[in-house]
Write a protein that binds this ligand. Structure first.
Ligand code: NDP
Length: 444
């Protein structure tokens, strides 16, 4: 049996109740086969795959807090510190009722390779809670965040583990968590990224994932003799990633005609009005029905459906497993030429394979949405030198990081005879650097 198959069997046995984690490990290891086969003896002797699929540690803790009725509520908190071979653990905190250990492990595992791809010194981790921020008052959010950080602060630090935002964790939540860390540990340090600009945050961090997605997509198109100019784009999601992806796509001359949230989606043939979307989602924290009510050209639909709209480019920016095989078929039938993932693992494996088999340029989230964590690492650099860089300086660095990522994944794929397979290219390029560091550091 090949080394990859042997380890996949072990991972499946040990994590049978964690489908998302198994999905991620299976996808990554399968795509690494040419690279692993070429180094099988060395990797096997050093148990590289067994080590890279087992987190350094996984923390699970109780998060008690008091709601506005005086009732004590209890949630479960998680932090998975997956691999710190190339730098302190780095990865977001997801607050969503669907969160469980398997989801956090899948995200932490993917984060190892994504962080490596940025070329910056950051390891892989992820965390969060099954807490649902929807419908909670500001005071309840603060009570939860303070309780969550009261426990988490024992395990993180500017040189140890630096969490950031993710679904449900935006600037407000990061602020409350930072305040609590500072209060308990008595230390003003860059322990979280995505901070507000008045207390150590970086310009461009808010926009970074969406902007970075478009910088990479533009480079991909350019290398295939195309451009964003005049393209019709469908986007899912209406959160941080989606909003700034739409904004940058419009700046590049494309037209985004859809967005979605967890209850429905909008088709706006005149192009999504980003300022209105920001008002509805970032200020009012309301549903997309409010967008449609304020915009005569927009049609609102319940449920899912953005992938049914004819487009040149599709950017899934909401959540995992939201672009299925039937959606991929529809995109291909409608003449879509590129799918680049703003979210983490939004496209199912069979949908990915269908898109690739039908000549659609497909770049997975590990590479395409790495702009967020890359800018987080730039925030860490600024905190370390106690300086703040200008918007233009950070944006310029983000652009060159995303262009580099595209060329690194393209080159890695070509080196193993997999030209055009950017999923394999991203996994290989990210993996090679981490493995080199693991081998150099001995058995740990
Ligand atoms: P937000 O919470 O800001 O937005 C998420 C959006 O997706 C919301 O519109 C939300 O709808 C929608 N959504 C969430 N869950 C579901 C679901 N089950 N079905 C349909 N829609 C859903 O998160 P972000 O924009 O920050 O993150 C989006 C994705 O990008 C995630 O996969 C995240 O891990 C990934 N990512 C984010 C980065 C960042 O810097 N923010 C960096 C790299 C990756 P609703 O408004 O109804 O909740």
């Amino acid at each position: 049996m090949s080394y990859v198959d042997e380890v996949l069997e072990i991972v499946q046995k040990k994590n049978a109740d964690q489908p998302e984690f198994l999905q991620a490990v299976t996808e990554v290891l399968n795509s690494l086969r040419p690279c692993i086969d070429a180094n099988e003896e060395l990797y096997r002797k050093n148990a590289i795959l067994e080590r890279i699929t087992e987190p350094d540690r996984q923390l699970m803790f109780r998060v008690p807090w008091v709601d506005d009725n005086g009732q004590v509520q209890v949630n479960r908190g998680f932090r998975v510190q997956f691999n710190n071979a190339i730098g302190p653990y780095k990865g977001g905190l997801r607050l969503h009722p669907s969160v469980n250990l398997g989801i956090i492990k899948f995200l932490g595992f993917e984060q190892i390779f994504k962080n490596s791809l940025t070329s910056l010194p950051i390891g892989g981790g992820k965390g969060g809670s099954d807490f649902d921020p929807k419908g909670k008052s500001d005071r309840e959010i603060m009570a939860f965040c303070q309780s969550f950080m009261t426990e988490l602060c024992k395990y993180i630090g500017a040189d140890v583990d630096v969490p950031a935002g993710d679904i449900g964790t935006g600037a407000r939540e990061i602020g409350y968590m930072f305040g609590q860390y500072k209060r308990i540990r008595g230390s003003f340090e860059g322990v979280l990224t995505g901070k507000g600009l008045t207390y150590g945050g970086s310009l461009v961090r808010t926009e970074a994932t969406g902007y970075g997605l478009l910088y990479l997509t533009q480079e991909l198109l350019k290398c295939h003799g195309e451009s964003m100019e005049g393209k019709t784009v469908v986007v899912s999601g209406a959160g941080n990633v989606a909003i700034y992806a739409i904004q940058k796509a419009h700046q590049m001359g494309a037209k985004c005609v859809t967005c979605s949230d967890s209850t429905g989606w909008v088709y706006d043939p005149e192009g999504i009005d980003v300022e209105l979307l920001k008002e509805v989602k970032e200020v009012k924290r309301a549903r997309l029905t409010e967008y449609a009510a304020a915009r005569p050209s927009a049609q609102y639909h319940e449920g899912r459906g953005v992938w049914s709209i004819k487009c040149d480019i599709a950017l899934p920016c909401a959540t995992q497993n939201e672009l299925l095989l039937d959606d991929a078929k529809q995109l291909v039938a409608n003449g879509c030429i590129a799918v680049c993932e703003g979210a983490n693992m939004p496209t199912t494996l069979d949908a990915t394979e269908y898109l690739q088999a039908n000549g659609v340029y497909f770049v997975g989230g590990k590479a395409a949405n790495a702009g967020g964590v890359a800018t987080s690492a730039l925030e860490m650099s600024q905190n370390s030198e106690r300086l703040s860089w200008s918007f233009e300086e950070v944006d310029q660095k983000l652009q060159s990081i995303m262009v580099n990522i595209y060329h690194n994944i393209d080159d890695a794929a070509k080196r193993y005879g997999l030209e055009g397979d950017y999923v394999a290219g991203a996994n290989i390029a990210g993996f090679e650097k981490v493995v080199e560091a693991m081998l150099a550091q001995g058995v740990c």
